[in-house]
Ligand binder design. Structure first.
Ligand SMILES: C[S@@+](CC[C@H](N)C(=O)[O-])C[C@H]1O[C@@H](n2cnc3c(N)ncnc32)[C@H](O)[C@@H]1O
Length: 212
């Protein structure tokens, strides 16, 4: 990977951190905002649909949707340790043969990936510097549904991100987190031909589902 942000993500999302996330998913299931997105997707008729899950972490969306009728999934992630964890969990749940795994910066490898009925980015837009390229490239891949979880652009998420970025700077890690403009994200997704179908807000996050 040539993008320093993704090299940094590969270092941040590794070892102990990923093992802890996997333990947490096995004990408690998906986090609250992931569950909101999964439930909104399940409310649509997704039987037999394909899924492209970008930056899927331990693969919570992949596992939940494959159990809910999705036929096949592709997990594309910049963090190799997360892909390994997703694979382990898919084997444990018995659907590993229905998932394809791709390691890399999605923006760079997008040309090699097929479109899917559902595209998801759960807490990924905030982990990438070039929001416009990530949103445009991923929205183009969504044949029917496009689901995102990303930070609300309010002062307290910006302050929180400032602390996190100071911490990464201290560690000499090039990874940074971002609060991108909600209006700009929404305009790009709509510009790609998708309409907003569902929105939920928590204190820090927004969960949005779009339909083509
Ligand atoms: C904060 S984690 C979220 C993981 C999971 N979706 C969740 O909500 O628990 C961000 C994930 O996005 C991935 N990521 C960020 N930018 C990416 C890119 N351009 N291409 C592929 N994966 C990316 C990271 O490697 C990481 O797995």
């Amino acid at each position: 990977m040539s993008c320093p942000q993704c090299v940094g993500a590969d270092q941040v999302f590794s070892g102990f951190y990923v093992a802890r996330e996997l333990r947490s998913y096995r004990r408690k299931g998906p986090r609250a905002t992931t569950t909101m997105l999964v439930e909104a997707l399940k409310a649509e008729d997704i039987e037999g649909f394909t899924l492209l899950d970008i930056g899927g972490g331990v693969g919570a969306i992949q596992h939940e949707l494959l159990r809910a009728g999705v036929s096949r999934a592709t997990g594309a992630d910049a963090a190799a340790a997360y892909l390994q964890a997703t694979r382990e969990e898919a084997e444990r749940q018995g659907h590993a043969e229905r998932i394809e795994y791709r390691h890399g910066d999605f923006v760079q490898i997008a040309g090699e990936l097929e479109s899917a009925d559902i595209v998801t980015l759960d807490r990924v837009i905030c982990c990438y510097h070039d929001m416009e390229a990530l949103v445009n490239t991923s929205a183009e891949k969504a044949r029917r549904l496009y689901g995102v979880v990303y930070p609300r652009d309010v002062w307290w998420t910006r302050v929180g991100n400032g602390f996190l970025n100071f911490f990464f700077w201290l560690l000499r890690n090039p990874f940074r987190v971002f609060v991108h403009s909600s209006c700009e994200v929404d305009a790009l997704v709509r510009g790609a031909g998708l309409q907003r179908l569902y929105t939920r807000m928590t204190a820090n996050w927004q969960v949005v589902l779009y339909k083509r």
